[in-house]
Design a protein around this ligand. Structure first.
Ligand code: ZN
Length: 1028
């Protein structure tokens, strides 16, 4: 009927759920958590089963119920083992409930599962579980139990404990005939709306009479007519356990929606039901009931959560902590309670009336009585807040009853009765009640509760169980989180002393055995799990298998052979560990020191000594996989070993500039590893790596050695240690020898050159030629200036410094020839020098960048004339150059001119413009010129060679011409001139070509002029021939 009204709101358990989900994998193999300090078991929430859990816990903590259930043996119920057998009669629901109860009582786990039980109900999905409301479930569960217990001695179990009868009576006013109808109940449903509490609700139901009168008459069967009649209901039979459901959920017909009644609704811890019963002549104790369970609903009407406050009647749980709490809080709590009572004028007035024998008190005497009995004046204490006393009484007509003349006032009948029941309960049990008035405090010392009386309350909230104070129940009178079902037990029901604190009480033998076995299994699993969780593997390194070299310990055998693994519980002590090691190493002699060791890149290094035999391994931080070195604490293989973080060995990559092409293409560094203690002073490191004044640079961009951020360690850094300057394993340092340092701008601390480009040039001394000297390598980049290279070379070659002023560097060609000297202000790049190439250090000044170094020979016969060298300004004219060369070669006269050398090393084009500068004529450094005999034609004249053809019949012109040309020393241009001046047919005549001499002729001369000259020469030739 409630549909999804009571569907659970899961938000509050989502954390819990997530937590479980996350750990579900490793947990699968782990045993469930044991009970916490309360020693009570919760019940797992299987998704929307909190209402079921609350009800099951209530039934469990109804000892009479669980004992009745336990009393049903296998002979009546069968056994769960037989449940799969088709012909076996197995009553699964009571069996599962028995087992669950046994688990809740005995199994050492934080929370039990109800899966088996709900399956026995036929609920297999969450959906089916969520279909039910706790009140509804109560009935379903009881009905299911009853059904499954038919034919057993437990067939009346539910009835015996929960069955009550209500009788409805209608009394005819005329014939006094009583018409009666009985109603059975297992629980009572009471109104919440418009009612202040349980007593008032019961009063309305079982004390107030309804009248049939006026329009609304009753048809009496006996009188056979419509008559006036009174209708009433009474409790005829009270069950030992009274279950009360509060109608907190209502339907608002105006708004057409459901709502939860959250108003205050009180209920007593003890209640006297006599006023509501049909028979009232029995002893009071027959009517007294005590609250022992409150099922609480938290949330709205469309969802929420249930938990339950339960009184642990048999004191099965540990309420210890709360007990201590209570002793501290007891006194102030009572004072507060008293003070609260005094603050409430209604309670105070009710108290006064109940003491009055006359029942009615004159209104004007009430103030006096108040002062006498309670020591408070209405006008002083309450008037300001509640107004005049008479007015106050009139404002509470449901409580106070005025006499017709309004001079006297008394309590209304109902209030008196309610009050009486409270006081009687109090007298009976010598216990004051929460909603009782405490004015008797002085007369009768208030004892809240004797803690030994078994009033230990717990809040059972699914898996969680917490002790609470009885007073906490009052928090559930009203609000979104408030009482929903109340469970009272008859006060007469006494528990046997042997049941107290004994969870095994009345549990059948087979279930005790089952739980014992399950606990043993759990215990075993926990121990296994525990040692699995606590076992650690330690790697023992034995000093006898180690040698100390290169700053760290290294196994003399393989790593595997030098290590022994030891598995030990981390909760054991260092003494235990030492003992284990001794046992493993039977032959050990002398002191045994265990030191924490760590494998570092340099090798094994030792840290603190494991000292203090009483300390646990866990306590000193030994984790799984820790390396431990077993030694005498002093030396290994005769070498003293420094331990601790201050002596950690650091592996430093040491880079040096590689020689040309050393280590393959593109490798500019050679790399080697060196180990230093991290406490090594940088000065010592410097001396070790760069003994002769070199410098050390640190790569500040980390282990990536391609990065260029090299930083120079300065003089002041030398006092620092390897550690303090941040050199760690894998860090690189670059060592530059003294001659490399021009690449470094030390003042700024940074390497300015591109280290990629650093390379070498080789320089060989050519100043001394007596004996063969080895070339020296001079570091350079393409930007290095030649003068720097020269200066360095002189230093490296250990020559006199003065030589710098009269020497130059000259590339040496592959066949050993000294090439043109390089200008000193040229860079390597400008000089077009290849890295690694050989330079000769020679006497003589190098040309400046405006000077030309030239070779020259005299005549075109190289073998006849040695090649000579000269340095001339590039602005010098051809003539000046010629004169310098003539001077140098010891020639004189003006019958000389200069020619370039041609591609086959013969005199070529003449430098005919004698006044042009060498630069203008594109004469370059290193060119070779030829001093040629003969005058150049004057300016403006061409010197034209004249050829003549001897007629030679039967010869083809082509062949002849080729032969001749090959044999000639003159260039093609001469031929062109001649051929240009002749007709083509002329060339084709069969004649031998003969050189006739040259004709100097002005460039402006006409061809006719040339012919004239030619003819003249031709005549001379004829004569010459004739003369010849
Ligand atoms: Zn009648």
């Amino acid at each position: 009927m409630f549909g999804d009204l009571f569907e659970e709101d899961f938000s509050f358990i989502s954390n819990n759920h997530c937590g479980k989900g996350k750990k579900s994998k490793p947990r699968d193999s782990e045993p469930p958590a044991p009970r916490d300090f309360t020693n009570l078991s919760g019940i797992k929430n299987q998704g929307g089963t909190c209402y079921l859990n609350s009800l099951l816990q209530t039934l469990l903590f109804t000892p009479e119920f669980r004992e009745a259930l336990f009393s049903l043996g296998p002979e009546e119920l069968g056994t769960l083992d037989d449940s799969s057998k088709p012909d076996a009669k197995v009553r699964i629901i009571p069996l599962q409930l028995q087992r669950l109860f046994a688990q809740l009582l005995l199994l050492d786990q934080q929370a039990a599962s109800t899966t088996d039980l709900t399956e026995s109900f036929g609920w297999n999905s969450h959906e089916e579980m969520r279909q039910h409301d706790v009140q509804e479930l109560n009935r379903i569960l009881f009905s299911a139990l009853e059904t499954s217990l038919v034919g057993t001695s437990g067939h009346d179990l539910i009835n015996r404990l929960y069955h009550g009868i209500v009788v409805n009576q209608i009394v005819c006013k005329e014939c006094k005939n009583v018409s009666e109808r009985q109603e059975d109940f297992l629980d009572l449903t009471v109104a919440v709306k418009g009612v202040a509490g349980l007593e008032e609700a019961l009063w309305n139901m079982y004390v107030e009479e309804e009248y049939f009168e006026n329009e609304n008459l009753y048809r009496c069967g006996a009188c056979d007519k419509l008559v006036e009649a009174s209708k009433s209901a009474k409790l005829r039979k009270l069950p030992p356990f009274l279950t009360i459901s509060l109608l907190r959920f209502n339907f608002d017909f105006e708004k057409c929606e459901r709502y939860k009644e959250t108003s205050c609704y009180t209920f007593p811890i003890q209640i006297n039901l006599r006023p509501f019963c049909e028979q009232t002549e029995m002893d009071d104790s027959e009517y007294m009931y005590e609250l022992f369970s409150v099922i609480i609903h938290k949330g709205g009407c469309y969802g929420g959560h249930y938990h339950v406050y339960i009184r642990d009647v048999d004191e099965l749980g540990n309420w210890q902590l709360q007990e201590e709490d209570r002793l501290i809080e007891d006194k102030p709590l009572r004072e507060t309670e008293n003070a609260e009572e005094i603050e409430n004028p209604l309670a105070v007035l009710k108290g006064i009336f109940s003491e009055e024998e006359s029942k009615q008190i004159p209104v004007d005497q009430l103030g006096q009585r108040l002062l006498e009995k309670k020591g408070v004046s209405w006008n002083k204490k309450y008037r300001k807040q509640y107004g005049a006393l008479r007015k106050y009484l009139q404002n509470h007509p449901q409580i106070f009853h005025f006499s017709p003349d309004e001079n006297k006032v008394g309590l209304k009948e109902k209030q008196k009765l309610l009050f009486m029941s409270d006081s009687q309960g109090q007298d009976l049990q010598s216990r004051p009640q929460k909603n009782d008035v405490q004015w008797k405090a002085e007369k009768k010392p208030t004892r809240l509760r004797d803690s030994s009386a078994g009033h230990h309350w717990f809040d059972l909230n699914d898996s969680k169980v917490q002790p609470i104070k009885e007073k906490d129940i009052e928090k559930q009178f009203q609000g979104k989180e408030s009482a929903y079902m109340l469970f009272y037990r008859k006060s007469q029901l006494k528990r046997p002393p042997e049941a107290r604190g004994n969870p095994r009480y009345q549990i059948p033998e087979h279930l005790l055995n089952e739980m014992n076995a399950a606990n043993t299994e759990l215990q075993k699993k926990r121990v296994e799990c525990d040692s699995a969780n606590n076992g650690i593997d330690l790697h023992l390194h034995l000093s006898s298998c180690y040698k100390f070299h290169n700053g760290a310990l290294h196994p003399s055998l393989t790593w595997k052979e030098s290590v022994v693994d030891l598995t030990i519980d981390r909760r054991k002590t260092l003494g235990d560990l030492r003992q284990s090691v001794f046992q493993m190493l039977e032959s050990w002699e002398g002191d045994m020191i265990l030191s924490i060791a760590k494998p570092l890149p340099a090798g094994l290094h030792l840290y603190q000594i494991l000292d203090g035999d009483e300390l646990t391994l866990d306590g000193v931080g030994l984790a799984d996989g820790t390396d431990i070195f077993v030694w005498n604490g002093k030396e290994v293989g005769g070498t003293k070993v420094m331990t601790g973080p201050d002596h950690e060995p650091v592996v430093v990559n040491v880079l040096r500039l590689a020689e040309y092409n050393e280590g393959g293409k593109g490798q500019h560094f050679t790399e080697s590893q060196h180990v230093f203690s991290c406490s090594t002073k940088l000065g010592d490191l410097h001396r070790a790596l760069a003994p002769s004044g070199g410098i050390i640079l640190k790569n500040s961009s980390g282990p990536d050695k391609e990065a260029k951020n090299w930083e120079v360690f300065r003089e002041e850094d030398m006092k620092e240690t390897v550690k303090s300057v941040g050199l760690t394993d894998g860090c690189s340092v670059l060592i530059l020898d003294s001659h490399d340092q021009s690449f470094v701008n030390v003042s700024s601390g940074n390497l300015t050159a591109f280290t990629y480009d650093i390379s070498w040039l080789q320089v060989k001394n050519f100043c001394r030629t007596e004996d063969e000297e080895k070339p020296v390598k001079i570091t350079a980049t393409i930007e290095t200036v030649m003068s720097d290279i020269k200066r360095k070379a002189i230093r490296e070659l250990q020559l006199e410094e003065e030589l710098a002023n009269d020497s130059c560097l000259r590339p040496v060609s592959r066949n050993g020839k000294l090439l043109s000297p390089v200008p000193e202000d040229y860079t390597v790049k400008e000089a077009e020098l290849k890295m690694g190439s050989l330079l000769g250090l020679c006497h003589g000044k190098a040309p400046t960048s405006t000077q030309l170094f030239l070779y020259f020979i005299v005549g075109s016969d190289q073998n006849a004339s040695p090649e000579m060298e000269i340095v001339v300004e590039e602005t010098a004219s051809v003539k000046e150059c010629l004169n310098l060369m003539l001077e140098k070669s010891g020639l004189s006269g003006d019958n000389w001119h200069l020619r370039r050398i041609d591609w086959c090393y013969e005199a070529g084009e003449a430098l005919s413009q004698e006044n042009a500068t060498l630069k203008e004529l594109n004469v370059c450094r290193g060119d070779t010129l030829v001093i040629t005999e003969g005058k150049l034609p004057p300016k403006g004249f061409l010197k034209i060679p004249i050829w003549w053809f001897k007629s030679s019949s039967h010869r083809k012109h082509g062949e002849n011409a080729e032969d001749k040309v090959n044999g000639l020393t003159y260039k093609v241009e001469a031929l062109q001139v001649s051929s240009a001046g002749d007709s083509p047919e002329y060339i084709h005549t069969d004649m031998d070509l003969c050189y006739a001499g040259s004709i100097e002729i002005a460039g402006e001369a006409s061809l006719e002029d040339l012919k004239m000259q030619y003819v003249l020469i031709w005549h001379l030739l004829i004569c010459h021939v004739q003369w010849f």
